[in-house]
Design a protein around this ligand. Sequence first.
Ligand SMILES: Nc1ncnc2c1ncn2[C@@H]1O[C@H](COP(=O)(O)OP(=O)(O)O)[C@@H](O)[C@H]1O
Ligand SMILES: [Mg+2]
Length: 1015
Amino acid sequence: MDPTPLVGRNAELDVLTGLLGAAAAGQSVVALVSGDGGIGKTRLAAELAATARERGFTVLPGRCAELVGAIPYLPLADALRSAAAGPSAGELAEAVAARPVLTQLLPDRPITPAVTSPPSDDAPGLAPQRLFGAVLGMLTELAAASPVLLILEDMHWADDSARDLVTFLSRVLRRERVAMVVSYRTDDLHRQHPLRPVLAELLRLPSVTPLRLGPLDPAAMAAHLTALSGRPLGVAELGQIIRRAGGNPYYAEELLAAAGDPGTVGQALPASLGELLVSRAERLPEAAQQVVQAAAVTGRHVDDELVMLVSGLAAPEYEKAVRQVVAHQLLVPDGPDGYAFRHALLREAVYADLLPGERTRLHARLASVLSDERMLAEVPGTAAELAHHRLASQDLPGALAASVRAAKEAERQGAPADAHRQYERALSLWNQVAEPERVSGTDRNSLAFLSALRAADGGQAGRAMDRLRELISALGGSDPALLCRASERLAYLLAEGGDGDGALAPAEAAVAALPPDPPRWERARALATQASVLLRQRDLGPARLRAGQAQAAAQAAGALRVEADAMVTLGLISEQSGRPEKAVDLLERAHRQAASRAANAGPQQHQVPAERCDCGACLLGAELRAAFHLARARLDLGDPAGAAGPAHEGTRRARKAGLGLAPYGLDLQGLHYLVHYADGAWDHAEQIAGDFAVRATSAGEARLSAVALSVEVARGRTAQVADRIRWLEPFFAADRSAECTARGQLAEHALWQGDHQTAMTQAEAAIRAAQAREQGYGLLTVRPAAVALGALADGAVAGGAVAGGAHQQAPTAADSLLEIARKGAARQRPRDSGAGAPGPGWLARAEAEWLRAVGRNDPAAWQAVVEAFGASSPYETARSRWRLAEALAQAGQHESARREWRLAAQTAGDLGAVPLVAALDDLGRRARLAPALQRSRQSAEQSRGPLARLTTRELEVLQLLAAGRGNKDIGATLFISAKTASLHVSNIMAKLGAASRIEAAAIAHQQGIAAEPRP
Ligand SMILES: Nc1ncnc2c1ncn2[C@@H]1O[C@H](COP(=O)(O)OP(=O)(O)O)[C@@H](O)[C@H]1O
Ligand SMILES: [Mg+2]
């Protein structure tokens, strides 16, 4: 059908084309287009696609289908397929071919195990991350050539995997030239609809624009109907249709068709759109109706051959019937060998109108057509569709078998949530089928186990644990090996979720399930997991025992990865028991062994079961874990140079294998950054952070992004800090360590800007987050507590409390903060504390800040901070020297102050630590530590106007005076006595001819020098 001109929707189209402009200019955008069925979402998207093509965009138009979860990532696959015929086909094909995980989504390529990546039990969410990474890479590559418009329509039908993908892309796309249009039907969105929470989350993102399509206005409807009918319509007729259609163009089209149909002339029009649509189909000849019904059962887009087989018509008869259907505009040609319903609502109406018997019969016929080995093997999603149709035709055994098959397929495609759903369906059918073992080719307990694993992979840990508990109690003593595995997984998930105590019992049960002999990998793995669970206990004896046993058992069973894991755990145990050198030694050995095994491993082909898999990819996982802990331990030992090697190499290896976003890949990237933050190679650190998503899409990425604030804050990159925080905030509630890191940095940022109130608020929130994370005051609390004390001290100094020696209020707050820092530092290291756990430097700083806050700023205390941080932390050392210089100046030791000041200024300048440089500048001026530098700058200012006669010192006094400070306070700030300050004030007033302090302050304001200097 030739489309009639677009009516109305000018405003909406303007918004959307505006978004195209933004995307083309390098700002990724997302539009959420919503509205009732038939209101015009698809039409608007098509219009936008045409505009985009004219502007040179690569357009990827994808749609979801009604059959939820049949094909994971269906809208994406659809977009790739549709675009493969478009103008950018060449580039697209290249971009896809370079990423094997994408090619397997496309039906014309058989799913070959060699390129697929079944999820690994140890790395939840790893497979989807790989796919997401590939999609992102592909879009980035395409967008580099020309801007991209990705359309994902009808997301109300999307499965979990596609929803996750949309969230991921919306968050992660940033400066890529990509516009994404996502549409969904509002009338289908019931309260429990799984799209709702996703939408709520998306709408919080600054890059997302919602666009709700309301009814068309009557004038637009009239224009549309007139254009459609091709004849002038009577006013009464037009008015009636417009009234009834309520602004829905599709409804109007159907009403018009019905009104013009000779078969209905003179009859009353049906009441609802549904009835109207059904009556349209009913007026077709019998054979044509059969075709429409067969198509309605098959889906929105239907394959010609498939519909013929399902309709039961012979070829010539079918040909004729399908021609009639197309002539009546119920189906329209779609693609080279298929049709689509003119509108999804039409399919739904026809389907809803089928009698139960007819429906069952058609589903059964469809199922028998789909039970074709070649199709099942080659066309993704066939097994899931088959399961659906078999279930709908009450073929329960068939549905069971197909569900299991579909679950395996979803696993291979990296869609664990879909796999979980298929397993659950199989389980729900289990008891309704005779001989389910024979039918499914497996046993119920194995299915339940897999279902639980996939739930965990898909991010539903709670659900996974419920399933595991059920399974464990169902198992009794019947299958010790499975009992061992299920208990081990339960312990692992509990520990992962922070319930270390809850994990103890299942960890022990896992080990107890199997005898030590003969050696088995299951038991080795259980021992290894128990060791890492026990690592959280105060007494490390049991952990060491288990880790040693795990290593020996794994060796005996030939389970390489488990062995590597156990060795790393042994290293961690040494570290925790206060023997860091021994720990580094063990971790070095573990790393060396894992790396050589990974290098010698065969192709990255997973074996089943995945927990014992020793393929290249899994051994690489072990290598990365070892690399991470080795680098971290060296960094904590004050050896950033030694940490840089494994961090750098690990990051490279992870990236190369596409594991940059997988758990240890992510951690290594963060660590690599922190190593160079610590050693002062900040340009390199920022280069590394350039690869961290500002738009965090997962807790892991949020932690990474929070870490990347370190240099940005230290270099005073205010805009970048704000940008990161905007995207980080949504993760604060879900990830306390990201919150703690980010808020701690925000506090420091606020301190640099002289806003000690904000600094205090943020530091306190960081402490609360750390407390929640560590269940009490632990190592994470030390740094924010020190920063909070710094804020308190700054506040006291600014308020003049220190100068007067009056600190009635400050001590209580300061005391409790110091107490928190001390408690935190005394607690032993948590097993999984990431890198950058504060060393003794931060506790020393807390002590020194406390003294400063109570008015006893002490050079010795700051000297201790400088020493505690040591030469391996150039930035922290310089920052501490700044305070040391200040304290020395206050104590009248100007020579020493000048020496420390110079050292700090040298380092700060080298690092490009702008706020610290400014602070040193200010201190240098106030305390006259760098007079030459300052005079030259200020002499230019004072050469004009009424201030021309003031000396540098007088100018400084005037600035403080204008800020409302008293003489005592001015004296303390400038390291002079109150009396000297008052002398300066008198001189200033005389030189300015001011009769009072107020007048002098007014002149300062008028001359624009009244900006408050740093406290
Ligand atoms: N603004 C419009 N101008 C002209 N025709 C429209 C307009 N909006 C929708 N239509 C027509 O109405 C019908 C239903 O629109 P469609 O985009 O398929 O709805 P939706 O995708 O929201 O269900 C289609 O035939 C479409 O061409
Ligand atoms: Mg539509």
